[in-house]
Design a protein around this ligand. Structure first.
Ligand SMILES: [Zn+2]
Length: 303
């Protein structure tokens, strides 16, 4: 930017100098004037060229071409295959023709198998959320399956086992994954290892949890997508997240658990109703689609 300003100042000074000379005697300075003119024309063209190039580079950094001229993408994702998701949640999504992403644990799917089959038939995306939901042993409920005691091999085997069960139960290949508790490591201390590379090899994408911002489509790592909480919130609390995502044309992946009227770790159906109606208003420029659909689109755009 500084370079451009210097260039602009130089051009202005040259033009001013040239005008003063013109007032003296046109024929006397004709030759010099032509040199000035050529030099100025050259500098002017160079300046325009540089400005255009900088502008294009900035646009490539900040904008991403969403389909049909949409300004942002939103995905609605739900974890753990909680019963309320198929008991109450999918019916609301179906009412509006919106497809969600459900990251399931196979054993929980078995509790509502018919409901989950119906969800698949309605076109909802089924993702992998591991075989037995291992998290840090700091959670008492996870002490016996603490990721601190895992190896990469054990993690990989269990992710594949979950894929196999999902296929057997629901007939679908899980293409997307959500890290249980949003934790992406195994082991402890010097022996801690990330299992992002394992997820990256097995899946199209991996989503985190309780993240602070949306995904920049032109930059994001599909194996480390951010997931922002939508549990326990009214639409008025979700709207600022959408408006913030709109500033940079980002992809907002919302994540929730139970689907109901209120309660612990519950995405409110009243919020979802308002959110979907807002997202489906063409004036708001929102593409609402499952995680896998958006991830594939981004992959395609990146080439
Ligand atoms: Zn979970």
């Amino acid at each position: 930017m500084q370079g451009r300003n210097i260039l602009r100042d130089y051009i202005l000074k040259s033009i001013k100098k040239q005008s003063v000379n013109k007032m003296k005697s046109f024929p006397q300075i004709l030759n010099r004037d032509l040199i000035f003119l050529n030099k100025n024309t050259f500098l002017l063209i160079l300046s325009i060229f540089l400005s255009a190039e900088i502008l294009l580079a900035q646009q490539a950094e900040t904008t991403f071409a969403w389909p049909e001229g949409k300004q942002i993408a939103i995905s609605l994702s739900f974890d753990d295959a909680r019963a309320s998701q198929v008991d109450a949640g999918t019916a609301l999504l179906d009412q509006y023709g919106v497809k969600g992403t459900f990251y399931v644990v196979p054993n929980s799917v078995k509790q509502r198998l018919e409901g989950w089959k119906k969800a698949v038939a309605s076109g909802h995306e089924i993702g992998n959320h591991s075989f037995n939901h291992p998290c840090t042993g700091n959670f008492p409920w996870s002490r016996q399956k603490a990721i601190e005691n895992y190896t990469l091999k054990k993690m990989r085997n269990e992710l594949m086992l979950a894929n196999k069960d999902i296929k057997e139960l629901l007939g679908v290949e899980a293409e997307v994954f959500a890290y249980p508790c949003g934790q992406t490591y195994i082991g402890r201390g010097e022996n801690t290892k990330s299992y992002v590379p394992v997820v990256s090899k097995l899946f199209l994408s991996g989503r985190g949890w309780l993240d602070e911002g949306p995904n920049a489509p032109q930059f994001c790592d599909l194996a480390q997508l951010t997931g922002m909480e939508m549990d326990g919130k009214d639409f008025e609390q979700i709207l600022p997240l959408i408006e913030n995502a709109k500033k940079s044309g980002a992809w907002l992946v919302l994540a929730g658990h139970e689907m109901g009227t209120s309660g612990n770790q519950t995405t409110r159906l009243s919020m979802l109703k308002k959110l979907i109606e807002y997202a489906q208003n063409p004036a708001n420029g929102i593409w609402i689609a499952p995680v896998g659909t958006v991830a594939k689109y981004i992959k395609g755009q990146k080439g």
